[in-house]
Write a protein that binds this ligand. Structure first.
Ligand code: ADP
Ligand code: MG
Ligand code: MG
Length: 886
C-alpha cells in the first residue's frame, strides 16, 4: 500500500532531507530539521506522488488519502493541545507548497487556516487579545480569497487602505479590534459578491480547498513557463506541507524574519538577514513595512535607524545563531532560513540552500573547503561553470563621470546600462529584439519573471535585500538595485522622477548593483578585477583538469584577455578577420578583382607584410604556447560590396573599372555560399592565397626566433577538407614554402599541418586524412550545419517551434547534438587515431565553451577545447568537473 502522508515534529518524524523527490524541498527539510531536534511546528506533508496521481486521474485524489490526512492531523492536535475547528481551543494551520526544486509560480502559502466566525472568538479568548485574533482572521480571508478562491487581492487591499486612510493610520498595526471586525465583514461581503456564496466556514472545506489549490497551481501558466525555461519535468509534481501555526504577530515579543548564514552578495562569513516585530509571514518580503536588520554590524553598515534583533531580542538572537551554526554544519553549505518568534519562543519554519551571487558562491566554496567542511574537489564541483560568466562581467569605469540620481540597496552586483521600461511585457518585447533594457518596478512579483529574464538589470523602489527582486536577480546573475526610495514611479505616464530628474520610458540609465546606485545615461564600464577566491578555486580546478583550454581569437586585445583568463594557446585564429580593416580590404579586393594569378600575387604581396606582423604579435603574446592558424575560409564575395555606391568606391580605391567590379561580384555570387567556393577549395583554385599565408606564418615564426622569443610551433589548419586529395595538394604547397624559406633564412622552423573536421565526409574518411594531418580540430558549427542539413543563420525562425515540439531538446548550435554530431566526432576520433596514433584532437566553435559539450570531449579523450576569451574560465572549470566526474 502506498503511503501518501508523512508527519514531522509531532512525536515522530517520518521523513529526511534525502526524500526531496517525494516530500518536496520544503517538506523534506522540515522533516530533517525536526529530526535534528530543532523547534519546528508540527505538521505533515502530502507527497508529490499525490500530485502525479491527481493529474493522471482526472484531478482526483488517491483512495485512503483522506484517512491518512485525518490521522496526521490528529497527531498535530495532540502535540499542540488544540483541535482543528474547535470553538474554544482552535488549531490553526499553514498550508505550504514545495516542489523538489524551488520554483516560483507555485501557490503562495495560506496562513491562519481554521479560522471562522466561531473559532476566531475562541482564539481571541484564549490569547486574551481580540485585536490579534481579528487581524489573523482578516489576513486569512484575504490570503485564502486571493490564493485559493482566485479573487484579486486589490479588492481586499483597497478596503484595508480605506480604513487606514479614514483613521489617519500609516501602519497596519494601528488598526484596532473593532475596525478589524468591521473589515472582516466587508471582506466576507466581497467574497459573497464575487462568488455568490459566503466565505467557507467549514474548516475541513478550507483545508481541502487549500490543498487542492496547491496541486492545481502545478499547472498554472506561470509554473509551466518556469519549468520550460528551466528544463524541469512536468511529472515531478509538488508536495503540500500542512503545519501548525506559530504567531509572529501575537505581541511585541513576537517577530518573523529571514536570514542567511553567510552574506549572499559577497559570501563573507557573517549572519545576514532582516526581521519584523509583531508581524506575520510574508510581511518581511512584501515590503509593507521596512524590516529591521538582524545584526548590529548590518545596522551600522546600512546606516539604518531601526534597532537590530541582536539588540532588542538578545536572548532569542543567540538561540537563532546556534541554529544557524547547527544547520550550516549539518547541510555543509550556506543556508537561507525563515523563522518566527512567538512571545519570545523561537520557531524555525524553513531552511534551504541559500541563493547567492557567483562572487559569493566562489568565496563560500573556497572558505568551506578551507574550514575543512568540504574538500577541494567538492568546492570545484559546487560552482556552476556557466555562472562564472557573471563574475567576469564589467563594472563601472572608476574614472567615468556619472550623475547618481538615486541610491538603493546593492542587491545583485555588476553594472549595466539600458533603456528604462516599466513592465515585464515591455522588457520581454524589447529584450527579445536585442535591446538592452532596465526593468523598473515599485517591486517585482513572480508574474514579472519573463521580463526579468529579458532585462539586463532590475531596479525597484521598494523591498529589502531579501525581496523578490533581489533574490531572483541574484539567482539570474543580473545587476539589481532595490529599495531606491527616492524613485517615484508613475506607471501610467511611463516615467519616474528621482533627484529632481524625470526619466521617461526609453531613456538610458545605468545601475550599479554592487554599490546600489542609479545613474543617468550610459556610464562606461570596465573589466572586473577577479577575486582571490576566483583564483584559488580556478587553481584547484586546474589541478584536476586533463583537457587543455585554448581560445578562439585573432586580435591582440582578445588574445591578451584570453591569456589573462588562463587560455593555454590559440585553438582557432580566423585569418579572414585580419583582412577587414580599411587598409587591407583594398588589397584584398584588388586580389579578388585581379584577372589572373600574377595580378593576385601582386595584391597579396601588399598584404603579406601586414599578415606577418599580425602573426608575430600573436606569437609574442602567446610566448611559446600553441597557436593554430586557420587559412582563409569564407567565400570571397564576403569581401566585395553589393550596393552601387560602394561598388563605385571600390572601383576608385582599387583603380579597376566599376563595370569590372560589378561583373566580378556577380560572378562570385553563389546560390548557396556555405556549400560553395570557400575553405580549402579557395586554396585549390587560388594556391597563391594560402602560399602568402604560409609565408606570413613562417616569416613571423622566423622573426620571433631571431628576436630571441620563445620557440613557436605554428599549427597550420586547413578548413573544410572533404577528401584526402584536397589536403594532399594544400599540404604540398605549404611544405614547399617552408622548405624554400628555411633554405633562404637558415632558420629551422618546426610546424604542423592539420585540418578541421567540419564536413561529414571528412569524419568518415578520418583514418586516411589523419595519415596526412598531424591534428584535427572539430569545427562543430559547420559540422552541425552539414550533419543536420540546417543553416545556423536561417534556422532561427523555426528553432523555437522545433524546441517546443520536442524535435530538438536544445538548440544544436549552442549545445552539441551528442547523439548525431557527437557520433560523427566519436567516429572521427576513432578512425583518425587509427590513421595516426598520436593524432592531436581538439574542438573549436561555439560548442567549445559549453559545459555539456566539454564533458563529452572529456569522455572522448580530446586534447583540448577552444572557445571565446570570456568563456575560457568556464571551460577550465567545466573541464575540471568533467574530469572529476569521469
Ligand atoms: P515560500 O515558499 O514563499 O517561502 P512558505 O511556505 O515558506 O512560503 O511561507 C511563507 C511564510 O509564511 C514563512 O516564511 C513564514 O513566515 C510563514 N509561515 C509559513 N508557515 C508558517 C507557520 N506554520 N507558522 C507561522 N508562519 C508560517
Ligand atoms: Mg519560505
Ligand atoms: Mg567552418
Amino acid at each position: 500500500m502506498s503511503k501518501w502522508v508523512y508527519s514531522f515534529g509531532a512525536g515522530k518524524v517520518e521523513g529526511t532531507a534525502e526524500m526531496v523527490g517525494l516530500l518536496g524541498g520544503k517538506g523534506a527539510n522540515l522533516a530533517e530539521m525536526a529530526q535534528l531536534g530543532l523547534a519546528v511546528p508540527p505538521g505533515f506533508t502530502l507527497t508529490t506522488a499525490i500530485c502525479s496521481h491527481y493529474y493522471q486521474h482526472d484531478r482526483r485524489y488517491p483512495d485512503g488519502l483522506k484517512a491518512e490526512v485525518e490521522a496526521a492531523l490528529r497527531r498535530v492536535e495532540d502535540e499542540v493541545g488544540s483541535a482543528f475547528g474547535d470553538p474554544e481551543q482552535p488549531l490553526l494551520l499553514s498550508v505550504r507548497s514545495g516542489a523538489p526544486v524551488s520554483m516560483p509560480g507555485m501557490m503562495d502559502t495560506v496562513l491562519n487556516l481554521g479560522l471562522n466566525d466561531r473559532t476566531v472568538e475562541g482564539l481571541a479568548r484564549r490569547s486574551g487579545d481580540a485585536r490579534f485574533a481579528y487581524d489573523s482572521y482578516r489576513r486569512f480571508i484575504q490570503m485564502y480569497g486571493d490564493v485559493v478562491l482566485g479573487l484579486d487581492h486589490f479588492l481586499f487591499e483597497d478596503q484595508l487602505e480605506e480604513v487606514k486612510l479614514a483613521n489617519g493610520y500609516t501602519l497596519d498595526t494601528e488598526i484596532g479590534a473593532e475596525d478589524l471586525k468591521r473589515l472582516i465583514e466587508t471582506y466576507q461581503g466581497i467574497v459573497k459578491d464575487q462568488l455568490g456564496k459566503g466565505f467557507p466556514q467549514d474548516v475541513h472545506e478550507q483545508l481541502w480547498g487549500a490543498i487542492g489549490a496547491v496541486f492545481g497551481s502545478w499547472m498554472t501558466p506561470r509554473a509551466v513557463t518556469y519549468r520550460r525555461l528551466h528544463e524541469i519535468g512536468e511529472d515531478m509534481g509538488t508536495a503540500v506541507s500542512v503545519q501548525a501555526m506559530v504567531f509572529g504577530n501575537l505581541d511585541n515579543k513576537s517577530a518573523t524574519g529571514v536570514a542567511f548564514t553567510r552574506d549572499p552578495s559577497t559570501g563573507e562569513k557573517r549572519y545576514y538577514g532582516e526581521f519584523l516585530i509583531n508581524a506575520q509571514g510574508e510581511d518581511v518580503v512584501a515590503g509593507i513595512r521596512t524590516p529591521q536588520p538582524l545584526t548590529i554590524a548590518m545596522k551600522a553598515e546600512t546606516g539604518g535607524a531601526l534597532p537590530a534583533m541582536e539588540e532588542v531580542m538578545p536572548g532569542t538572537y543567540a538561540e537563532l545563531v546556534a541554529v544557524f551554526e547547527r544547520l550550516e554544519d549539518h547541510y555543509r553549505d550556506m543556508q537561507d532560513i525563515e523563522f518566527t518568534v512567538q512571545s519570545g519562543r523561537l520557531w524555525i519554519l524553513q531552511t534551504r540552500r541559500g541563493k547567492r551571487t557567483i562572487q559569493a558562491a566562489l568565496r563560500i566554496a573556497v572558505e568551506l573547503a578551507e574550514e575543512g567542511v568540504i574538500d577541494r574537489d567538492e568546492a570545484v564541483l559546487r560552482i556552476e561553470p556557466a555562472s562564472l560568466e557573471q563574475s567576469l562581467h564589467p563594472m563601472l569605469d572608476p574614472d567615468a563621470p556619472r550623475e547618481v540620481i538615486a541610491r538603493g540597496l546593492p542587491a545583485s552586483p555588476g553594472a549595466v546600462s539600458g533603456q528604462v521600461v516599466f513592465s515585464a511585457d515591455e522588457a520581454e518585447r524589447l529584450g527579445g529584439m536585442g535591446e538592452a533594457v532596465i526593468l523598473v518596478r515599485v517591486e517585482t512579483s513572480p508574474e514579472d519573471i519573463h521580463g526579468m529574464h529579458a532585462a539586463r538589470g532590475i531596479l525597484t523602489s521598494r523591498g529589502g535585500m531579501t525581496s523578490h527582486a533581489a533574490v531572483v536577480a541574484r539567482g539570474m546573475g543580473k545587476p539589481c538595485v532595490c529599495a531606491a526610495a527616492d524613485l517615484v514611479i508613475d506607471y501610467r505616464q511611463g516615467r519616474f522622477t528621482a533627484g529632481g530628474h524625470t526619466v521617461a520610458k526609453g531613456d538610458l540609465v545605468t545601475i550599479d548593483g554592487s554599490a546600489g546606485a542609479v545613474m543617468l545615461g550610459a556610464v562606461p564600464t570596465v573589466e572586473p578585477q577577479l577575486s582571490g577566491a576566483f583564483d584559488t578555486l580556478m587553481s584547484w580546478a586546474d589541478q584536476r583538469r586533463r583537457l587543455k583550454v585554448r581560445t578562439n581569437a585573432e586580435t591582440p586585445d582578445d588574445v591578451r584577455t584570453a591569456r589573462r583568463f588562463g587560455a593555454e594557446g590559440i585553438g582557432l585564429c580566423r585569418t579572414e578577420h585580419m583582412f577587414f580593416n580599411d587598409e587591407r580590404i583594398v588589397a584584398m579586393r584588388e586580389m579578388i578583382l585581379a584577372g589572373d594569378a600574377e595580378g593576385r600575387r601582386a595584391a597579396l604581396a601588399k598584404i603579406l607584410p601586414m599578415q606577418r606582423q599580425d602573426f608575430a604579435e600573436l606569437f609574442e603574446i602567446m610566448a611559446g604556447l600553441p597557436v593554430t592558424i586557420r587559412l582563409l575560409d569564407p567565400p570571397l564575395h564576403e569581401f566585395l560590396p553589393d550596393a552601387p555606391q560602394e561598388i563605385e568606391a571600390v572601383a576608385r580605391a582599387t583603380g579597376v573599372e566599376a563595370a569590372t567590379v560589378r561583373r566580378r561580384a556577380a560572378e562570385l555570387r553563389e546560390t548557396n555560399p556555405m556549400l560553395g567556393l570557400r575553405g580549402c577549395r579557395l586554396g585549390v583554385l587560388f594556391p597563391e592565397i594560402y602560399e602568402m599565408q604560409a609565408r606570413a606564418i613562417f616569416g613571423a615564426a622566423t622573426d620571433v626566433a631571431k628576436a630571441g622569443g620563445r620557440t613557436v610551433v605554428p599549427e597550420i589548419m586547413v578548413p573544410l577538407i572533404a577528401t584526402t586529395r584536397e589536403l594532399e595538394l594544400i599540404k604540398a604547397g605549404i611544405d614547399a614554402i617552408a622548405k624554400e624559406m628555411m633554405a633562404e633564412t637558415g632558420v629551422a622552423i618546426a610546424y604542423q599541418v592539420g585540418t578541421m573536421i567540419e564536413v561529414p565526409r571528412a569524419a568518415l574518411r578520418a583514418e586516411q586524412i589523419a595519415a596526412l594531418a598531424e591534428f584535427f580540430s572539430f569545427g562543430t558549427n559547420d559540422l552541425t550545419q552539414m550533419a543536420l542539413g540546417l543553416s545556423r543563420d536561417d534556422s532561427a525562425r523555426f528553432m523555437e517551434l522545433y524546441l517546443a515540439r520536442g524535435i530538438f531538446a536544445a538548440d544544436p548550435f549552442s549545445t552539441l547534438d551528442v547523439a548525431g554530431v557527437g557520433a560523427l566526432i566519436e567516429l572521427a576520433c576513432e578512425r583518425g587515431r587509427r590513421g595516426r596514433r598520436d593524432l592531436k584532437l581538439g574542438i573549436c566553435g561555439e560548442h567549445g565553451g559549453d559545459p555539456a559539450t566539454i564533458a563529452f570531449c572529456e569522455q572522448l579523450g580530446l586534447d583540448y577545447v577552444s572557445c571565446s576569451p570570456y568563456r575560457v574560465p568556464i571551460a577550465r572549470l567545466a573541464a575540471a568537473q568533467a574530469a572529476l566526474r569521469s
